[in-house]
Design a binder for this molecule. Structure first.
Ligand code: HEM
Ligand SMILES: CC(C)=CCC/C(C)=C/CC/C(C)=C/COP(=O)(O)OP(=O)(O)O
Length: 309
């Protein structure tokens, strides 16, 4: 192979990597997993191919919204150390190209969901996508410290979308899964914001630790952890999951609460940063485990949900 062919291959690979980065793939992993859980625990069955299409649509719509978010936020992303290396900021992807990429993916995923599954799931998918772009990114992120409480609802839709892909409807059970992520998001994000508050202050983004201070943020984290404690086991009461899920969710909730208390008690500075980093990491593990348990504890739902029964 000649040097120019090799150069071109490397360039294509790097471009591909940049476009994948626009989709925020790491955050997407949990979005997709929670969507899959919603799909698997829903009553009814779906052909495995259609189940795969539905999950792929959730991933692509979330990725499309992520690309549009990166286009809109390119000014503040350039100021924050965590986001400085992103492709648009580094000039490796043109802003208009990222925007077009995000819009096309968003439209495509909603259309495919509607045509292949049903229009309730497609409508919810569009709502989640629009909520992240317009309500969170454009409207609230730069205006109020409640940005992630309200705007964070976008990320709570995936299990409801998975559920609707199977059933064509919204139900009390899928609303409960929505509520679970909705109340999980503030402690998840504010833990990170505590040790990244310098970044947000520099960028002029009014995240809670910047606007209300460290103490108020820690108390809010504790409050939401208290709400999660009875909420997470609740699917066991509705029959969406079994007793194994319910008991483990309670234990996980107690561990979450212990993490929030450790953050509250930690003195300002390095100790707070350390406790907040641990809580942030645990928040991700917590949600992954909850949804994994939900799937496992509904073994017969899993088999039925994929039409394998
Ligand atoms: C408005 C709501 C949310 C905000 C503001 C937020 C913010 C963030 C931020 C800033 C990070 C760090 C990413 C990085 O290091 O580049 C992060 C990580 C993460 N978030 Fe969230 N998040 C939100 C909701 C969610 C939701 C709903 C999910 C999934 C259900 C989620 C899943 C994750 C995961 C899996 C990571 C770890 C990614 C990694 O390994 O870096 N987040 N989040
Ligand atoms: C269609 C669909 C299912 C959408 C779900 C969208 C989704 C993943 C929402 C979660 C919200 C999120 C990742 C916020 C990141 O905040 P930020 O954008 O302020 O983070 P940043 O500072 O890293 O850019």
């Amino acid at each position: 192979m000649s040097d120019t062919t090799l150069d071109r291959a490397t360039e294509t690979q790097e471009q591909l990597r940049d476009f994948v980065a626009l989709l925020k793939p790491r955050v997407m992993s949990l979005v997709v997993f929670s969507g899959l859980a919603g799909l698997l625990v829903a009553p009814g069955s779906l052909h495995p191919f259609l189940a795969a299409v539905a999950v792929l649509c959730i991933a692509v719509a979330a990725g499309g919204a992520g690309a549009i978010n990166m286009w809109y936020d390119r000014d503040i992303d350039a100021v924050m150390s965590r986001t400085r290396a992103r492709p648009i900021v580094q000039g490796r992807v043109a802003p208009e190209e990222a925007l077009a990429f995000g819009v096309v993916l968003s439209l495509f995923s909603v259309m495919v969901m509607g045509l292949a599954l049903n229009w309730v799931a497609a409508g919810l998918l569009a709502l989640a996508n629009l909520f992240y772009v317009f309500v969170y990114t454009v409207w609230l992120k730069r205006r109020t410290p409640q940005n992630i409480v309200i705007g964070g609802a976008a990320g709570a839709f995936p299990p409801m979308i998975g559920w609707a892909a199977v059933t064509g409807s919204v139900s009390i059970e899928s609303l409960l899964l929505f509520a679970l992520i909705f109340f999980w998001t503030p402690p998840h994000f504010w833990a990170l914001a505590l040790y990244r508050s310098g970044d947000y202050a520099r960028a002029g983004v009014p995240m809670l630790p910047v606007v209300a201070g460290e103490g108020a943020t820690k108390r809010q984290i504790l409050l939401y952890s208290l709400v999660l404690l009875p909420l997470a086991p609740a699917p066991a009461l509705l029959g969406t999951a079994g007793i194994v899920y319910g008991a483990t969710a309670l234990v996980l909730g107690l561990l979450f609460l212990a993490g929030a208390l450790a953050v509250l008690r930690a003195p300002s500075g390095a100790d707070t940063d350390r406790a907040a980093k641990r809580l942030f990491a645990f928040s991700i593990l917590y949600l992954f485990l909850l949804f994994a348990l939900l799937i496992v504890d509904r073994g017969e739902g899993l088999i039925g949900g994929l039409g394998l029964a």
